[in-house]
Design a protein around this ligand. Structure first.
Ligand SMILES: CC(C)(COP(=O)(O)OP(=O)(O)OC[C@H]1O[C@@H](n2cnc3c(N)ncnc32)[C@H](O)[C@@H]1OP(=O)(O)O)[C@@H](O)C(=O)NCCC(=O)NCCS
Length: 174
């Protein structure tokens, strides 16, 4: 999309990050989960304190996609010990890649994905990986189209509900 800008976040962006984080997570997962489980997850994972800690972590990077100064998507990647699971320290995790509903299918996801791959190449990691809920068909086809392959399955807890995440990875060639 024209006029979209990718911008790296600082701690000053925490309020906007909380807003888009909660909005996109709710839009994506509320239809399939109870209100109580959603609230428990959102309160814990998107509290200002938690987000501030993540924003100052040297092993994590956040980016916004902005269109005319409106935030329409965000990306969070983790390196080294910031990864939510460490199979190998020299890998990069795409932990969050979210676009506002009104902007799905306009290559905003692709723009953020390419940023993640550029960071992975620059850091010379062995591979990029992520976990995606098995019911999230749109995201799974997005990753498959970009060459990711499933390599494992893990349990992810949303509130008290245990869900299966498919772990996918893409080898990075220098
Ligand atoms: C997954 C997501 C990041 C993709 O971003 P996007 O900007 O919508 O996707 P793009 O426009 O870059 O599309 C790229 C590819 O994604 C796939 N895709 C996009 N919309 C799709 C749909 N409705 N159904 C199936 N696949 C779809 C296609 O493979 C598409 O390629 P194509 O345009 O050549 O057909 C975005 O849809 C999103 O934020 N979803 C909700 C949040 C989420 O699930 N995040 C991932 C959590 S693991």
């Amino acid at each position: 999309m024209e006029q979209t800008k990718l911008r790296k976040l600082t701690i000053d962006d925490v309020d906007q990050l909380q807003k888009i984080g909660i909005q996109t997570f709710s839009d994506t997962f509320s239809p399939m989960n109870t209100e109580e489980n959603m609230k428990r997850y959102l309160d814990r994972e998107f509290s200002l304190d938690k987000l501030k800690t993540e924003l100052v972590d040297k092993n994590s990077e956040f980016y916004f996609v902005e269109l005319e100064n409106k935030v329409i998507g965000y990306l969070k990647v983790n390196l080294g010990r910031a990864q939510t699971e460490i199979q190998n320290e020299n890998t990069l995790e795409i932990q969050r890649i979210y676009v506002l509903k009104d902007f799905y299918g306009k290559k905003i996801g692709q723009l953020m994905y390419e940023k993640a791959i550029a960071i992975a190449k620059q850091k010379k990691v062995d591979y990029v990986w992520l976990g995606v809920w098995e019911e999230n068909h749109r995201a799974i086809s997005f990753y498959k189209k970009n060459g990711f392959k499933a390599f494992d399955k893990h349990i992810f807890k949303l509130g008290d509900d245990e869900q299966t995440d498919i772990m996918m990875k893409l080898e990075i060639k220098a």
